[in-house]
Design a protein around this ligand. Structure first.
Ligand code: DAH
Length: 353
């Protein structure tokens, strides 16, 4: 084969390889194979040295043409492959804006939060304001100033979560510390009365803690809502009327209220309050254990001893207080048989409300 024929064949072969290259890397390999330092065309040109002076110009020209042709074909192919690569990347990375979005499941208030707010609203409607206090409380507020005797069982380490005094003065031994997780929201009464001249109309919702094992009617942590009224001439009749209003708003306008004598250290007299069962209207059912009544809260007239601790003159003022558990009210209102459902975070239960 003459060198011109060789060049001709090389050109045809090279152009074929170029159009066969389906990716940019393959195309680059073709370029090296033909035009690179050790490439085929370079190899042919080396043979130029052995040619006569007559032949050289024609072969030189032909080889330049082959090189130009291959280079032009490579550039063209490169442009085409780059365009395809870009197009397929755009397809692969495309976002289909017509697809429906992924919905975020909206949350909603936990039933206990809702019932707590509902209770607050009822009392806000008759002029009470919300007062809050610390969940980590001093013995003085949780017990002593609430007229609780030193030997009262609620003070036992088996009933109350004592915590270490952060000043480090008192050992973290249960029962020897003055600091505890409050067992009731009643200490907020004391904190408010200490700082406020009557009239006082407050409601204090919040978490309370007791060393109880969770069972259908007990939780070691629950929500209590305390109410306190101190004003001139407040009577037991005011207390009863207030609780009737609450029962009607919470459980329905035809509810009846019954008070049973009871004992609390901080009130005298004290009572437990029942509301006629809203499920059977007092006839007796599973909800009210056939009694027709549901026990909803504790209450009483503020004990003059408590006024003594906070410097309010019991000759001038009188007051009443009451306390209820939001979990219990919610369970009664919605027929929940076990308080533990409220804290187990089972969405099948919670979504119902
Ligand atoms: N603190 C009481 C308890 O946890 C509830 C209570 C009863 C609060 C009577 C009161 C009250 O303010 O007057 O059992």
């Amino acid at each position: 084969m003459s060198i011109l024929e060789e060049l001709h064949a090389l050109r045809a072969e090279g152009l074929g390889a170029i159009s066969a290259a389906s990716e940019l890397t393959a195309l680059d390999a073709v370029r090296v194979a033909y035009l690179g330092k050790k490439g085929s065309l370079t190899g042919v040109l080396r043979g130029l040295a052995g040619l006569s002076a007559d032949e050289r110009p024609a072969v030189g020209k032909a080889s330049n043409e082959v090189r130009d042709a291959l280079e032009a074909a490579i550039e063209k192919r490169r442009a085409a492959l780059s365009a395809t690569a870009l197009a397929s990347r755009l397809i692969a990375e495309a976002v289909d804006v017509t697809l429906p979005g992924r919905r975020r499941a909206p949350g909603h208030q936990h039933l206990i939060e809702r019932v707590t707010r509902e209770i607050v609203e009822i009392f806000a409607g008759i002029g009470y304001r919300v007062a809050e206090g610390p969940e980590c409380e001093l013995d003085y507020y949780n017990f002593t100033a609430l007229n609780t005797p030193q030997d009262h069982p609620a003070r036992n380490a088996s009933d109350t979560f004592y915590v270490e005094d952060l000043s480090g003065d008192v050992a973290a031994v249960a029962g020897e510390s003055d600091v505890m997780l409050r067992t009731q929201t009643s200490p907020v009464q004391v904190r408010v009365m200490e700082k406020t001249t009557p009239p006082i109309y407050i409601l204090s919702p919040g978490k309370v803690y007791r060393r109880d094992v969770a069972d259908p009617s007990h939780l070691p942590q629950f929500t209590q809502i305390e109410g306190l009224v101190v004003d001139e001439g407040i009577t037991f009749g005011d207390l009863k009327g207030t609780l009737e209003h609450f029962a009607h708003e919470m459980f329905g306008p035809s509810r009846k209220v019954r008070l049973r004598p009871h004992f609390f250290p901080f009130t005298e007299p004290s009572a437990e309050v029942d509301v006629s069962c809203h499920v059977c209207d007092g006839a007796g059912c599973r909800m009210c254990k056939q009694s027709g009544w549901l026990e909803v809260l504790g209450c009483g007239m503020v004990d003059p001893n408590v006024f003594g601790y906070v410097g309010i003159d019991p000759e001038l003022y009188s007051g009443f207080a009451f306390g209820m558990g939001a979990e219990r009210i919610a369970a009664l209102k919605y027929g929940v048989p076990d308080l533990r459902h409220f804290v187990e975070s089972d969405m099948r239960f919670l979504r119902q409300f």
